[in-house]
Design a protein around this ligand. Structure first.
Ligand SMILES: NC(=O)c1ccc[n+]([C@@H]2O[C@H](COP(=O)([O-])OP(=O)(O)OC[C@H]3O[C@@H](n4cnc5c(N)ncnc54)[C@H](O)[C@@H]3O)[C@@H](O)[C@H]2O)c1
Ligand SMILES: [Zn+2]
Length: 405
């Protein structure tokens, strides 16, 4: 038996934020990040609409990018005090993911972070509150997914929490929120969405319900991401929907090792002063993983189908895979994303000398590879890498060398 789960309601299109006026409840806690939603005037609108719906509103602000376990615990405490029956999270993937984890702790105060990370092992939520997610970036699609990514900074590792229990009740996909995104954020989150769609399509858990969503998302992202990056606002609106479709696909078809590697490299060099931003990590690793997975016949055929939908040409599947890899790399060029970790600057832009020195990378390679294999996303990858293969793959991602194994 398979399961396909999405939020009960997805409000989309310009003005979708107004759906909040129709919510029923007594108290809503609004969780958000560092200030972009306030500056854009969206936070005020959320507060006003919820008050118009007759609710008492409290804010939990300042959730940092790549949220920590500590922030989750603090937010859950605020919820315990306020006792909301609605949790409304607005912003990028970070505040929404943090709010999802806070929700678990609020409903089950005894739960530890380790308990939360047991894949598909959460107890029943919604005994105290329902959850609404309003996304302001066009990438993670956490507004419709069963995932939340929280960073344990002591271990330097991102942990995915995965369970349909944390699929939000309501998603609001209002493209106006995405208009204020700076270019770099458009690029990174957009390639995150592309990776979601491609990984979902070749995942071993793909099915007839997820395939159309993944393929249509890929077609839309191909048409609109670079335009959106170049400030075409119609394309940006379309990207906001495309990333959500990709999310609907991967929340049910799961992902693959691009994400395992991104999760395990993201914070692994945080002591050197920077993160490898999630979307940028995916963008760099995706072409390498396509080459690795294409050694599996089923995956190769599926990449061929993707290439066909993208009208890339190619006389057989081998050629189609090559053309797909080339196309993804050209997208990275058009979006000013480096091809490899050794050219990944601390600001996320291409640099002659990246912020991760070679000796540090090699020193940590064994552990990163071992952690990536253990990541929850590895299980649904079409090819299961050994420790040696994962280390080789990560090296290709560091030096931008060809994957021929
Ligand atoms: N839950 C999932 O299914 C899932 C999937 C992929 C990634 N993730 C996680 O999501 C996080 C990344 O989320 P993200 O890429 O959305 O970025 P983010 O939430 O970390 O935000 C990045 C920065 O952009 C700013 N920002 C957000 N929206 C803006 C807007 N409209 N205008 C201007 N500035 C804005 C934020 O204030 C922040 O400084 C990572 O932790 C990643 O691991 C989760
Ligand atoms: Zn992602």
């Amino acid at each position: 038996m398979s399961r396909f789960t999405l939020p009960r309601d997805i409000y989309h299109g310009k003005g979708a934020l107004e759906a909040l006026k129709t919510f029923e409840g007594k108290r809503a806690i609004v969780c958000t990040g560092g200030g972009s939603m306030k500056r854009g005037g969206f936070l005020q609108k959320v507060e006003d609409y919820l008050k118009e719906a007759g609710m008492e509103v409290e804010l939990f602000e300042g959730i940092e990018p790549d949220p920590s376990v500590e922030t989750v615990m603090k937010g859950a405490e605020a919820m315990q005090k306020f006792q909301p029956d609605w949790i409304v999270a607005i912003g990028g993937g970070s505040p929404i993911d943090a709010a999802k984890a806070m929700w678990i702790k609020y409903e089950y105060p005894e739960t530890t972070f380790e308990d939360m990370c047991k894949v598909f092992g959460l107890p029943k939520l919604r005994t105290k509150a329902k959850f609404c997610a309003i996304s302001s970036t066009s990438g993670t699609a956490t507004e419709v997914t069963a995932f939340s990514i929280i960073t344990d900074y002591q271990k330097g590792i991102k942990f995915p929490i995965a369970d349909f229990e944390i699929t939000p009740d309501v998603a609001i996909v209002d493209p106006e929120l995405a208009h204020t995104m700076p270019k770099k954020l458009v690029a990174h989150t957009g390639m995150d969405a592309m990776t979601h769609a491609v990984e979902a399509y070749v995942s071993t858990a793909n099915c007839d319900y997820t395939d159309p969503l993944a393929i249509h998302a890929i077609e839309m992202i191909q048409k609109t991401l670079v335009k959106s990056y170049n400030e075409d606002m119609e394309a940006r609106d379309a990207m906001h929907n495309a990333q959500c479709l990709a999310g609907m696909a991967f929340s049910n078809a799961l992902l693959g090792i691009v994400h395992s590697m991104a999760h395990k490299t993201g914070a692994a060099f945080a002591d050197l002063g920077a993160h490898i931003i999630h979307g940028a990590a995916n963008a760099m690793y995706l072409p390498k993983v396509v080459a690795f997975n294409a050694k599996d016949e089923t995956a190769k055929k599926r990449y061929g189908v993707i290439a066909d939908y993208m009208h890339l040409g190619g006389k057989d599947d081998d050629e189609k895979v090559e053309l797909l890899i080339d196309y993804l790399r050209k997208m990275n060029d058009a979006l000013n994303i480096p091809h490899s970790i050794n050219h990944y600057g601390a600001d996320g832009l291409p640099a002659e000398q990246g912020f991760v020195p070679e000796d540090v990378f090699l020193e940590r390679l064994h552990d990163i590879a071992a952690n990536a294999i253990l990541d929850a996303c590895t299980g649904s990858n079409p090819r299961q890498p050994s420790q040696e293969e994962m280390e080789k793959l990560l090296k290709c991602c560091y030096y931008d060398t060809e994957v021929d194994f």
